[in-house]
Design a protein around this ligand. Structure first.
Ligand SMILES: [Zn+2]
Length: 288
């Protein structure tokens, strides 16, 4: 008796829903359509696999290598400037030595001679140090050039890889381009008929959902997005489509309820009786 009245109640609600709340139903329908299009687009992108990401990664890697190459080349330039400075310093010392040697010819006493000799010795030492530094820097340049060679060959290989991957990606994109363009056009249309506020939450939900689902159906008594169970009363409200109802667990918009197959209803009932039988047994046991 009770069950029959519940069913009647639902049917009345359904009638009322179609009569007065068509707008909510339409909004949900429009959103489901958009979801269908977006899921198809997601599938196209999925079909491209990791290629787009691989291309991006390669481009990043190449940019990194180019930066490193420029840095190394700058270092070599700097080394060459240093070598040039030491060479100029050596020339200065040479000139000074020539000057001091002339002075040595015209000294008035031994003390003056010794002082000028010391200056000559000092400049000679400066030249030796400069030679040593130049050798050290030349060695650094040699090592740096090795590193530059390594980076350059790496860069060459990566660029070759990038070219191959880009071509592969172009082929794959070309395969699905027609479908994608059509879907994108459909999407534009679907966006126009979508409710603005709902669209905002739809976009937000899709951004946060790993499977890209923002609007789902309730199937087998569970949310089609997160598979948490949806209480029967809530399912009835969803079917009524009098207001927008979201999943209590994941927040996805629940657009409708897929009616369970007759077998599934029976299965649930038997489980429920089993549970209550077990509960009864437990109470009886504790009473003893
Ligand atoms: Zn959910």
């Amino acid at each position: 008796m009770l069950k029959k009245s519940v069913v009647e109640h639902i049917q009345i609600n359904k009638l009322m829903a179609t009569a007065t709340d068509t707008t909510i139903a339409q909004k949900l329908e429009a959103l489901m359509k958009l979801q269908g299009i977006d899921s198809s687009l997601d599938n196209i992108l999925k079909g491209r696999g990791d290629l787009p990401e691989e291309v991006r990664d390669l481009e990043d890697e190449i940019a990194g290598l180019e930066t490193r190459l420029a840095k190394f080349q700058g270092e070599v330039e700097n080394f060459n400037i240093q070598i040039n400075n030491y060479r100029n310093a050596k020339k200065d010392s040479e000139k000074l030595i020539v000057k001091y040697k002339e002075q040595q010819m015209n000294v008035r006493n031994n003390r003056e001679f010794d002082a000028v000799s010391k200056e000559i010795e000092l400049q000679g030492l400066e030249m030796e140090i400069a030679d040593k530094r130049i050798k050290e820097i030349e060695f650094k340049i040699l090592n740096k050039n090795d590193e530059i060679g390594g980076v350059e060959s790496n860069l060459f290989e990566r660029n070759k890889d990038l070219e191959i991957k880009k071509k592969e990606l172009e082929v794959i994109i070309a395969e699905s381009e027609e479908d994608e363009q059509k879907l994108l056009k459909d999407r534009e249309k679907a966006l126009k008929s979508a409710d603005e506020r709902l669209l905002k939450s739809y976009t937000k939900l899709r951004d946060n959902a790993r499977n890209g689902l923002a609007v789902v159906m309730v199937s087998r008594g569970a949310c089609g997005g997160c598979f948490s169970s949806v209480p029967p009363q809530r399912q009835t409200d969803i079917k009524d489509k009098k207001k927008i109802i979201v999943c209590e667990h994941c927040g996805r918009i629940l657009a409708g309820v897929n009616d369970p197959l007759p077998g599934e209803v029976k299965e649930k009932k038997t489980r429920a009786t089993k549970v209550s039988a077990a509960a009864a047994a437990a109470t009886a046991a504790s009473a003893e």
